[in-house]
Design a protein. Structure first.
Length: 100
């Protein structure tokens, strides 16, 4: 998959260094993946949540952080829409949030 907004992930882990390795691991796995359906994601990430609008929520670092992406399965692109702490995640609508 092609992951759009890698710089957003980098900026986040600069502010939250403990998130760096888990986010790098997720990014590497996502880049190597070829997700065709939500079931493909769920097979690898059991805790992934699907919230509508092609959005997937990933728990990062034991659920300390939440990553929301939009997946365009047909073209193989993953768009980072949000990365934040669990508290920040609770304040957004996962189906509509977007990076400014």
């Amino acid at each position: 998959m092609r992951v759009i907004a890698h710089r957003t992930l980098q900026a986040f882990w600069r502010q939250h260094p403990q998130a760096e390795q888990p986010l790098k691991a997720w990014y590497d796995e996502a880049r190597k993946a070829s997700w065709q359906t939500p079931a493909d994601i769920k097979a690898h990430y059991r805790s992934a949540s699907f919230v509508g609008n092609s959005r997937v929520v990933f728990n990062i670092k034991g659920n300390d952080y939440r990553l929301i992406v939009a997946v365009a399965y047909r073209v193989g692109i993953v768009y980072v829409k949000f990365i934040g702490t669990h508290a920040q995640y609770d304040a957004v609508d996962a189906a509509t949030v977007d990076i400014n």
